[in-house]
Design a binder for this molecule. Sequence first.
Ligand code: CAA
Length: 284
Amino acid sequence: MDIRKVAVIGGGTMGNGIAHVFAMNGFPVHLIETKQEFADRALATIDKNLGRMVDKEKITSDQKDASLKNISVFLDVDKGVADADLIVEAVPENFGIKESVWKAVDGAAKEGAIFASNTSSISITKIAALTSRPDRFIGMHFFNPVPVMKLVEIVRGLDTSDETYAMVEETSKKLGKVPVPVNDMPGFVSNRVLMPMINEAIFAVYEGVATPENVDEVMKLGMAHPMGPLRLADFIGLDVCLDILNVLYEGFKDPKYRPCPLLVKMVDAGKLGNKTGEGFFSYQ
Ligand code: CAA
């Protein structure tokens, strides 16, 4: 089977980026959202980000138009996934939400469809077990901003078949991405390495070693990171960082992953980073 038609469930930051790259690389995309206003917002973001690529002469305005034409919106999961060969889920990182989505998808998708979750930390094996086809289930972990970042971390669950892996690897290459295979363990590789660094940067602020600005300057100028770890934490969302650290802490039962109390306090205060206008830095 060849992957031709793709359904992307969720039009948030990751979902709209994923729909953008599939559509831009010639795949018809069914973008599935729960409300028209969320779908409209996702399409407006895709339009803006394709426009950026036209301005930078990475694509032509004809390619932008063709990409937008490749996207159709569905407000009903059953209809949106029915004839898709690959279904990529990018709904919030909450097991209950993923459970209801995947049960609906399992009942409506055609035989042979491949199921992929963009989860950044929930076990692929555990989500796959919600469906009747864990051999066709895999993690396709994209990175924000999806149109820019080259990596797709491909996460193999316990039962993921070699055929499923091979098809997803080939499809990722068709998107111009670099697929890297990893096994299903808490945080996979990306967040197992990234989140302890971010957490340690927060501890450095908490313990008064340096200001957020200076922690980030050290990492940008000394280690050539494009963004400092605290700016990156704001960009990812401090609630997401906390959730991932908790997955690492509980998954490994190792105190080295304990979230910094300052991170917990900021999430309690609703200071979540870019999306709320304030985190370690202000985005008003
Ligand atoms: N769509 C299309 N193009 C975009 C874009 C988008 N959403 N966002 C940025 N760009 C393009 C810009 O047009 C620009 O293109 P050129 O190189 O041709 O000029 C390029 O990306 C760089 O953008 P800017 O010049 O505006 O800004 P910048 O140089 O400061 O780079 C950045 C921005 C790419 C975000 C850079 O700061 C960076 O790489 N940061 C680190 C991002 C990162 O680590 N992401 C992973 C987060 S972890 C995650 O996503 C997964 C998880 O599980 C938590």
